[in-house]
Design a protein around this ligand. Structure first.
Ligand SMILES: [Zn+2]
Length: 223
């Protein structure tokens, strides 16, 4: 199949107008396969993220197992009829339905847009690992891993401009990303590093209610 066949196949899973859907689909596929994303490689809380994690997502997206939806309302368990999503959110990942939700108007025009989407795709990559419940990955750990990938992407695209540091956890994640990028071998994020990042995330109002909760995921696609 060509990329266009894949795009047409994948776009069936996107709501909204087709031209925008195809543009986004091609953009997301390109992002996942890009040199900067393929260069990502680190281990944190016994979860290892590499370029291969994102290659696997690209293939699940093309085969229609990883879905994309445009909606300004949360998933309520049966449809996109939940509360209206805060205007500060560009995208979010729903591991129960293997779906990346993009907010209407979301595009991939800036490095900030791409890093935001990559953050959500990193949640999808963790979901795809189908970690056992006993593994006990907390939401703040899951978020930490996504923020590290987010800042590695900014570093590898040489786009560490002012808009890369809009939240305190991005500044902490950037320090960790610097150490990962400086390492010749697979870097394991230290306990001190992950603790500081988890605490910074856990203290943000938006994450306060989910502190201490587990989020291991259930795999993408399959039976
Ligand atoms: Zn997140």
């Amino acid at each position: 199949m060509t990329i266009i066949d894949d795009a047409i196949n994948g776009v069936r899973h996107l709501l909204n107008d087709t031209a925008q859907g195809i543009r986004l689909f091609v953009g997301i596929n390109k992002l996942l396969l890009s040199p900067a994303v393929q260069k990502i490689r680190f281990s944190a809380e016994a979860v290892t993220i590499t370029g291969r994690s994102y290659l696997r997502l690209a293939s699940k997206m093309r085969s229609g197992q990883l879905h994309f939806v445009m909606s300004n309302r949360d998933w309520d368990g049966t449809g996109w009829n939940g509360p209206v999503v805060s205007g500060s959110v560009g995208a979010q990942y729903w591991d129960t339905i293997d779906t990346v939700q993009l907010l209407p108007g979301f595009t991939l025009s800036t490095f900030l847009d791409k890093a935001t989407l990559l953050h959500e795709l990193t949640h999808a990559a963790i979901d795809d690992m189908n970690l056992p419940k006993s593994r006990g990955l907390h939401i703040t750990e899951n978020e930490s891993i996504a923020y590290i990938a987010h800042m590695l992407y900014r570093r590898y695209t040489h786009s560490l401009t002012g808009d890369a540091f809009g939240l305190p956890q991005l500044r902490v994640a950037n320090e960790i990303a610097r150490n990962i990028a400086a390492s010749d071998t697979l870097y394991t994020v230290t306990q001190d590093e992950i603790r500081l990042l988890r605490n910074t995330i856990g203290n943000r109002p938006v994450y306060r209610s989910i502190r201490g909760k587990l989020q291991v995921g259930s795999g993408i696609g399959g039976p």
